[in-house]
Design a protein around this ligand. Structure first.
Ligand SMILES: Cc1cc2nc3c(=O)[nH]c(=O)nc-3n(C[C@H](O)[C@H](O)[C@H](O)COP(=O)(O)O)c2cc1C
Length: 233
């Protein structure tokens, strides 16, 4: 059977089922005001590295994860898993393991160019936020799913999990919470500490909580619209 007829056979085995889609239409005069309001909120988001220990209800994290899970994904494979940790001992174990990796990174692995790029952020190997933030969310990516029929490949995994993580960060920010996008390298220790299966790879570690009372963030400027976009009209 040719490749084309094979794919037609597969397609006809799973007929397209649809549901009506008619989201409420925002009245035209309100569209700009709404998107501007959203832009102001989005622009106020900052990555936070100093967290208060103030607790955050589990329901808040659950809702944020539902928002993350609403993200689009390649072939609708939803190739993600989120581990939300508030347990003190687990957070402490993650901090110890992350600081081991980070120390090697800063002392031996990072190139001078990389260290220069990080200098304005004032980061170093110490990761106190991993124990002070009330929640750590570890985002895992799944390159394939394990099914009763065997491994099933997922598509555009990086893009899909990146979009879901963006949804998650933005949702938490809109709820008044702060996050840190933390990528200790390598992150493989997270799979074992979170008890996740071999087909999942840690993608990012997000401490979540309220900023510490005296929280300061680097004085960064964002690129302008002109710098980040081109219009073809
Ligand atoms: C993929 C990715 C990885 C990052 N990894 C780290 C990290 O390991 N440690 C850290 O302190 N910040 C990390 N950051 C945060 C960036 O430094 C931060 O987003 C950037 O400086 C811009 O600041 P802002 O988020 O406040 O706008 C990461 C951000 C992204 C998107």
């Amino acid at each position: 059977m040719s490749r084309a007829s094979q794919s037609r056979a597969v397609a006809s085995a799973s007929p397209l089922r649809t549901v009506a889609y008619a989201p409420p239409r925002v009245p035209a005069p309100e569209v700009l005001a709404r998107i501007r309001e959203d832009r102001v909120i989005a622009d106020a988001r900052r990555t936070v590295r100093a967290f208060a220990e103030t607790p955050v209800a589990r329901e808040v994290i659950e809702e944020a994860l539902r928002i993350a899970g609403s993200a689009p994904s390649g072939a609708h494979r939803e190739p993600w898993h989120f581990v939300a940790i508030s347990d003190r001992d687990t957070k402490a174990r993650i901090r110890v393991a992350a600081e081991v990796e980070e120390r090697t990174f800063y002392e031996t692995r990072a190139t001078p160019e990389w260290l220069e790029a990080l200098a304005p952020l004032g980061t170093d190997f110490a990761k106190e936020h991993l124990t002070t933030a009330p929640w750590l969310i570890v985002v895992f990516r799944r390159d394939h799913d394990e099914t009763p029929e065997g491994p099933r490949k997922n598509y555009y995994v990086n893009e899909s999990v990146g979009i879901a993580t963006g949804f998650l960060i933005q949702a938490l920010h809109r709820a008044g919470l702060a996050t840190l996008t933390h990528t200790p390298a390598p992150m493989t220790f997270l799979r074992e500490l979170c008890g996740r299966p071999k087909n999942e790879k840690p993608f990012v570690l997000l401490p979540v909580g309220y900023p510490a009372i005296d929280c300061h963030v680097p004085d960064l400027k964002r690129k302008t619209l002109e710098e980040i976009s081109t219009f073809v009209e």
